[in-house]
Design a protein. Structure first.
Length: 255
């Protein structure tokens, strides 16, 4: 089909003037846009801080939390896979793992706001029904792999080891033995059926760099919540601190 539209021909001098005019206009538009972006960045970074991050960023994180929390329930299960699909899981994160592990002396401290802590051994945790799951481990850095875990459901652990007479609180705080690394969980996430206190990976005991002898495996959360080498579990009604939330990440960290 022939295009019968006329091609506009401009004299060379007029074409150069038009080109300069558009170039100046585009430069001004780009400058205004850049100034707006810089101003917005300055406004955000100098805004009043809440939980150690600027309040506009905290509002976005809270919106993310409310969205993730709204669809989290016991019937909202993350996909599971065949053991043949398991991939290599990098041992990201070594905070709290710098001291040599003496597995024979390891103890888990369990406490509440109102009761003194009790000490449990790994055999105490292994006395609970064992659950295995093959789920996707998602890192906040943007990568994910399929991982195989074995351990006790945190709900079973809570039913047995929450101190007698203690009412189920709203939160759980977990930390390494020296509290160098720590996470906070809402109780609904902690009691989710896919939340495990894992002591095995790929059918064998955890390796030290993957959190031996006990770590959290919680596929409804990003990897930053999957704390390694747990030394303390505290049930509390006060929203607990969280290592990465204090660095500006979403406290809920839900998927």
């Amino acid at each position: 089909m022939t295009d019968h539209r006329r091609e506009i021909q401009l004299p060379e001098e007029q074409a150069q003037r038009e080109l300069r005019r558009k170039t100046r206009r585009d430069f001004l538009i780009a400058g205004v846009a850049a100034a707006g972006a810089i101003g917005g960045y300055e406004w955000i970074t100098t805004a009043r801080r809440e939980d150690d991050v600027p309040w506009p960023q905290r509002r976005v994180l809270e919106a993310n939390r409310k969205l993730a929390e709204s669809y989290l329930n016991d019937s909202h299960l993350m996909p599971t896979y065949s053991p043949t699909q398991v991939e290599h899981l990098k041992s990201n994160g070594d905070i709290g793992l710098d001291t040599p592990l003496d597995a024979a002396k390891w103890q888990l401290q369990v406490a509440t706001d109102s009761a003194p802590p009790m000490s449990l051994s790994l055999d105490d945790i292994k006395s609970l029904p064992k659950t295995e799951m093959v789920t996707r481990f998602c890192c906040i850095e943007g990568w994910s792999v399929i991982a195989h875990w074995g351990g006790a459901r945190f709900s079973d652990f809570t039913n047995k080891y929450l101190p007698p007479g203690a009412r189920l609180p709203g939160y759980v705080y977990m930390a390494t033995a020296g509290e160098d690394y720590y996470v906070g969980l809402d109780m609904k996430s902690a009691l989710h059926p896919q939340t495990l206190l894992a002591y095995e990976q790929n059918g064998v005991p955890l390796a030290p760099d993957h959190g031996a002898p006990l770590r959290l495996a919680i596929p409804v959360k990003y990897g930053i919540k999957n704390i390694k080498r747990i030394g303390l579990i505290r049930y509390t009604n006060t929203k607990p601190g969280d290592y990465w939330a204090e660095e500006g990440y979403d406290w809920f960290a839900g998927l």
